[in-house]
Design a protein around this ligand. Structure first.
Ligand SMILES: C[S@@+](CC[C@H](N)C(=O)[O-])C[C@H]1O[C@@H](n2cnc3c(N)ncnc32)[C@H](O)[C@@H]1O
Length: 363
């Protein structure tokens, strides 16, 4: 199997929002895209098993996207747990219906203790920045959950930092970046808080999203509305980093190829492009009633479906070989299948279970 079959979201608490020496509500959902069913979660404080919590709450909101797996209907969990400052780590383990177990993910509590003051400051600064309305959030995230949107801003960019660092990118060398398909500026706000020295640019073709950004985030970022297809109004070789989070996942192949050429023009020689893509697990879910389509994807490396190119109703899927082939002029320097780093799941994600790729523009 080329993909991680465990699909999940820890909604609360995101890493930077863990309250030390206090009771935290751990809530979210998890299911296995395989035969065994996830039934509960074991929790360990350091190496000691401290509790077991059921995974059985109804999550119709998730089930509508995963029609192929009946267990998703009850994949929710929510439990209270005190997080003591004195422990080093909190480890979550998945328990399947055959009683087998596997590591889910780990929280480094020592790191949270050390960064507590910094995280508090970030959270206070974030609270002063305007948030979009639920209807606008739905356009980019596919849900109306304002708290999930807000809490994903810092955690999402902390994850982007990790992917870049694991790919050998020196974050100090990034002076200017472009968030292509920035939506309502979710991740740009995270960069503004975490890396204030970077010149932050964003672009998107949806005027509703761009109008909101231009009215509400003028102090933080510079965003422009682009046309559906190139060009962009930037000079050659402008950016050290361009990232596209959940953008090529909703664009047809012909348009992606045009944008790759244009991004090559505006990225500096030696600069990096980070792209998130739907991989095999999304194909197996999206085409679960069309096995021929799945086979075709595995052989040809690409599949697309849906309508309204550029919106969440359009879905593109890539294999690693395929994206490498169309990213001509770039070298792959980082690949994080389903968002995992060194085969370990992160406690929060940037783009759900999408694959994350980092390419370097070689001269
Ligand atoms: C799923 S949303 C992700 C938004 C944002 N990257 C985030 O993670 O919050 C995809 C975004 O890509 C934008 N998009 C799609 N096609 C585009 C294009 N041709 N040019 C610019 N933006 C595009 C959409 O308008 C939408 O804002």
């Amino acid at each position: 199997m080329q993909y991680d079959p465990i699909v999940y979201l820890l909604e609360t608490p995101k890493y930077h929002l863990v309250k030390l020496d206090k009771v935290n509500v751990f809530s979210g959902w998890v299911f296995n895209f395989g035969i065994q069913k996830v039934t509960s979660l074991n929790v360990y404080a350091d190496e000691k098993l401290i509790d077991n919590f059921m995974v059985n709450l109804p999550r119709e909101d998730i089930a509508i996207y995963i029609p192929s797996i009946p267990a998703v209907k009850t994949c929710g969990f929510s439990f209270e747990l005190e997080v003591a400052k004195t422990i080093n780590s909190l480890t979550f383990e998945i328990v399947f219906d055959d009683q087998s177990t596997e590591l889910f993910f780990r929280f480094d509590i020592t790191n949270i203790v050390n960064q507590q003051e910094y995280f508090n400051k970030l959270n206070q600064r974030l609270a002063l920045i305007p948030q979009p309305e639920p209807e606008l959030i739905y356009l980019t995230q596919g849900h109306y959950n304002v708290a999930e949107y807000r809490n994903s801003i810092i955690s999402g960019v902390m994850n982007l930092h990790k992917y870049l660092q694991h790919s050998g990118v020196d974050l100090n060398q990034i002076k200017t970046l472009l968030d292509f398909g920035c939506g309502s500026g979710r991740l740009l706000v995270g960069w503004h808080l975490l890396s204030p020295h970077i010149e932050l640019n964003g672009c998107d073709f949806n005027p509703n999203l761009l109008d909101w950004v231009q009215q509400n985030l003028t102090k933080q970022v510079t965003c422009i509305e682009n046309s559906f297809a190139p060009p962009l109004p930037y000079i050659d070789d402008k950016f050290d980093l361009i990232y596209l989070v959940s953008v090529f996942t909703h664009l047809s192949l012909d348009v992606q190829k045009l944008w790759i050429q244009e991004l090559k023009r505006v990225i500096k020689p030696g600069g990096y492009i980070l792209i998130t893509l739907h991989g095999e697990i999304y194909v197996r879910n999206g085409f679960w009633q069309e096995p021929d389509k799945i086979q075709q994807f595995l052989m040809e490396g690409f599949a697309e479906s849906g309508s309204d190119n550029g919106s969440n109703y359009y879905a593109s899927h890539h294999t690693p070989d395929f994206i490498k082939q169309i990213m001509q002029g770039f070298n792959l320097v980082g690949y994080f299948p389903n968002g995992t780093i060194d085969k370990q799941r992160t406690s929060f994600q940037t783009a759900q279970s999408q694959d994350i790729y980092i390419f370097k523009h070689e001269v």
